[in-house]
Design a protein around this ligand. Sequence first.
Ligand code: ZN
Length: 194
Amino acid sequence: MPEKNIQQRLAETGALLEGHFLLSSGLHSNRYIQCAKLLMHPNHATWAGEQLAEKLQSAQIDMVVSPAIGGIVIGQEVAKALGLPHIFVEKENGVPTLRRGFTIETGAKAVIVEDVVTTGKSTREVIGVLQQAGAEVVACCAMVDRGGSENIAQPFHALAKFQIDVFTPENCPLCKSGVPLIKPGSRKPSVSAG
Ligand code: ZN
């Protein structure tokens, strides 16, 4: 039996939903992705980490760095597969910072690992922290690329790339065809504010 691919694993764990979703931005979408639903299963998390690590085999890397909180689980798995240390960047008063005694040596070669890259903003924030510390970002990777990799200058690897269509409520074709609107995280269809 062939090994399950990332799409099958995302669907099976409920990490990728198809339908009609109300996003926190107020926009509507046809798909919703929540990588934590896959990563909550250690066997899938380990598999995903090994898959990303394979894509990084040829790179010379000293450490793995991830943005908290979403990148921590997959970052740890990639680091485990590569036999490297893993640290994470978190926000302190809104500023991306290394805490907990984490340090980066000048000249260290780092790879950044995320669960999902939507706009690329959190990856770029980690790049900023690393460059400020004098490290070299040799590659960035994510389980899922939602298009944000286009905003990242470094070599980028992902296990899957998804286009997620978003609409304003006024222009939403799913609203027009009467598909019930779901607020992700809740089990009931949401009451649409229109
Ligand atoms: Zn809609």
